[in-house]
Design a protein. Structure first.
Lengths: 388, 357
């Protein structure tokens, strides 16, 4: 994490409309969580035995961690594919990832029905290596630690601990490698979690190549998130958008997206599952919506000229986020059915309280991002005034 | 691959740089694909029932829907009554739940004139844990709170280990493990074949109280043989039906003494118009609870499952990727090598720049 594109704190007041709104939303979340921990999951959620996993798992953890893949995707580009020019994007992306993952890890606790036993998952004798969830839990925990180490030069820089920073930088390459491997492992495994559910998951989303699909979509959405965040950060902080970096990165993103689409559609054809996409069902509708979101970036930024338009880059980023989100919601909720609705079917739609927690978690992320970028050297120095 | 490109000196990344980049992208893509593409090398076969596996045989044609088994199950497991009617007089659960581990459900069609008829008929079906040979819940459980006894094959649950993630609830194709959402310390509830009563000589309470022998306790092998004997009978043919516990083939008096209750409760009954299908013989590699029915199993709420278990598919993928941590370590070594070269090169460049300045 060298400083040849010096990152500097943005500065400015910490109390403003945005942070105040975040604060209120966080308070609302804490109130809901208090009720949840005193009276149980049923008191605040619409969870039931037909849909034991709701938005706290699917949005806060599964989608949240996929949306936190910006750090992984950009770091891979910079350090593994040696594209040093993207270096200025690493720190902001890593910061967002750090929060996304840390909160996903914390969010799991809210959903665990017997949370005081959570350490069993890491304990030899209890841990079950056959369980896909075991792999996901261990990998995500390790990755959160690795990311804090990867990001720690920012704090060391701020506090003037140059000796420690130098020492850390000597071994940082190993953590960067580990920080590339771990997301590959758990992002794919998050998809593998569907496999054991067997025929309860619609064939449009139940496939043995689901780990590859989840991995490729996580890498793609990692770039999508960087497009989105760069645009939002520059608008909010009135900074120039790093177009010279986002343009070529968007092209790489389209390449990975193409690979994803080839595997996605190829798999459906090979398994003969494409017929389900033409059924008159909610699942089919959401399949096409998901596919549309994944194809949309080609329509938006398919040409070099279109990629010079920041608004289009922004929209393409959002389209990919929607696609990745839908793929996960579709697999775990919309395409999931116990099929045992003989007497009465199961239904699930999140309660207001559940949504308040998900929104509250997002607010924590935004608030922390604002505080850290304003006070710590994360975003690259504003070049407009200095260079030209 | 040999020469690292220097994008800083070539802001537009020349054709050489681009070619190198593409090469790396391909190599990385291949590595990623290798890291996630499942192979057959580490295939984990669908597990089979242990030889001494215990289970139940439920014969829907013998069931009269009295729900004595539901009440006995509640009592044996100290579960509270669940009310769905306005006057809270009777235990009236609509489905199994964290507090109801066994339920008799009813199929209804048209005028409901005939028992065990698909058209204008009705039929009963027992809902409780199937005790799969290769259970999805056991494979899914991250903390070994859900385990399969290697001798009896009973799928047991330990609340002191459980973290309450409910992956077992999502994984089970029969919708059996259920969570107690109404409690801050909610547990998973499911049938454990009354294993806690075995040491006192009591077998499954549902089989113990069943007045018609519709639910029969025994070794799965013996129950399967009994099921096949019934399928070979002509519908309406009079035959001897056992009740309570089916003695094991060649059982000694000592072995029989292990269980309480009268040894012989046989009675004469007529064979049902069975479908030629023992549900649970092959489904998901087989289950220890077996079922006979005259009405299509899917219509009475049993899922249509392939002979291969999802646990086998899931664990094959899992162990192909992570078995012995061979693949992750190999990929990590490669990534470390590349990252080290690139990070060091970057530091060097920085020094060069400082030198120039």
């Amino acid at each position: 994490m060298s400083a040849h594109h010096p990152a500097v704190p943005v500065g400015g007041k910490l109390l403003n409309t945005a942070t105040a709104v975040c604060g209120v939303l966080i308070m609302a979340m804490l109130a809901v969580l208090l009720v949840r921990f005193i009276f149980g999951l049923g008191a605040v959620t619409n969870l039931n035995d037909g849909y034991p996993w709701g938005i706290w798992v699917i949005f806060d953890v599964i989608i949240g961690s996929a949306f936190a893949c910006g750090g992984f995707s950009v770091a891979m580009l910079v350090y593994i594919f040696n594209r040093g020019e993207y270096h200025p994007l690493v720190r902001p992306a890593l910061l967002a990832s750090l929060f996304g993952y840390t909160l996903a890890g914390v969010g799991v606790i809210f959903d665990l029905g017997r949370w005081w036993n959570f350490w069993h998952i890491f304990w030899p004798g209890y841990a079950n290596p056959n369980s896909v969830m075991f792999e996901v839990a261990v990998c995500i925990s390790a990755y959160i630690t690795v990311m804090w180490i990867e990001f720690s030069p920012v704090f060391l820089e701020k506090w003037g601990l140059t000796v420690q920073k130098k020492k850390l930088e000597k071994v940082l390459f190993f953590f960067i490698a580990l920080g590339t491997l771990l997301p590959m492992m758990h992002q794919s495994s998050l998809g593998t979690m569907l496999v054991v559910m067997g025929p309860q998951v619609n064939p449009l989303w139940q496939t043995p190549v689901v780990p590859l699909l989840y991995l490729l979509s996580a890498i793609t959405v990692g770039y999508g998130i960087v497009l989105f965040e760069s645009c939002v950060a520059s608008a909010a902080y009135r900074r120039e958008i790093e177009m010279h970096l986002l343009q070529p990165m968007a092209k790489i993103m389209l390449g990975v997206l193409g690979l994803f689409l080839a595997v996605r559609l190829g798999d459906l054809v090979v398994r003969g599952a494409l017929g389900h996409a033409f059924a008159a069902s909610l699942e089919a509708f959401f399949f096409w919506l998901e596919l549309f979101c994944f194809v949309l970036p080609y329509l938006l930024i398919g040409s070099a000229a279109a990629r010079r338009n920041p608004a289009r880059l922004f929209l393409a980023g959002i389209a990919l986020m929607c696609g990745a989100m839908l793929m996960r919601v579709n697999g775990f909720l919309i395409g999931y059915d116990t099929g045992l609705g003989v007497d009465h079917g199961w239904h699930y739609f999140p309660s207001i309280a559940e949504m308040l927690v998900t929104i509250g978690m997002f607010s924590v992320e935004v608030l922390a991002y604002i505080i850290i970028t304003r006070r710590f050297p994360v975003l690259p120095r504003e070049e407009a005034a200095a260079a030209h | 691959m040999k020469q690292p490109s220097h994008p800083h000196t070539e802001p537009e990344a020349g054709s050489q740089g681009r070619r190198n980049f593409l090469k790396r992208l391909l190599a990385g893509g291949a590595a990623a694909a290798a890291a996630v593409a499942p192979e057959v090398v580490c295939a984990r076969d669908t597990l089979q029932r242990p030889p001494e596996a215990l289970g139940l045989l439920y014969d829907a044609t013998l069931c009269v829907g009295c729900q004595a088994c539901v009440a006995a199950c509640k009592q044996a497991n100290a579960n509270p009554a669940e009310f769905t009617a306005v006057d809270k007089l009777w235990d009236t659960p609509l489905d199994t739940s964290g507090h109801t581990f066994n339920l008799i459900k009813m199929y209804r069609n048209g005028t409901m004139e005939n028992k065990d008829a698909e058209q204008n008929g009705f039929a009963f079906m027992k809902t409780s844990c199937m005790h799969c040979a290769d259970p999805s819940c056991v494979s899914a459980c991250p903390v070994s709170a859900m385990t399969k006894n290697p001798l009896t094959g009973i799928v047991g649950y330990d609340p002191d280990i459980c973290i309450g993630c409910r992956y077992c609830v999502a994984a089970c194709p029969f919708g059996i493990p259920k969570y107690q959402y109404d409690s801050p310390t909610g547990q998973i509830g499911k049938c454990e074949l009354c294993r806690h009563r075995h040491k006192d000589g009591h077998y499954s309470a549902c089989a113990e109280v069943c007045p018609t022998g519709a639910t029969l306790f025994g070794r799965s092998e013996d129950l399967l043989a009994e099921a096949k004997r019934r399928l070979a009978l002509k519908p309406g043919e009079w035959t001897t039906m056992p009740r309570g516990r089916l003695p094991a083939k060649g059982e000694t008096p000592e072995q029989a003494a292990q269980w309480k209750g009268p040894l012989n409760q046989d009675y004469q009954a007529q064979a049902g118009a069975y479908l030629q299908h023992v549900y649970g013989e092959k489904e998901y590699g087989g289950t220890q609870v077996l079922k006979l029915s005259a009405v299509n199993f899917q219509k009475v709420g049993m899922p249509d499952l392939p002979p291969k278990s999802s646990a086998a598919t899931s664990e094959t993928i899992q162990h192909t990727l992570y078995g012995g941590l061979i693949m992750p370590v190999a990929v990590l070594a490669g990534l470390t090598w590349v990252a080290r070269r690139n990070v060091v090169a970057e530091a060097g460049e920085e020094q060069d720049k400082q030198g120039e300045a």
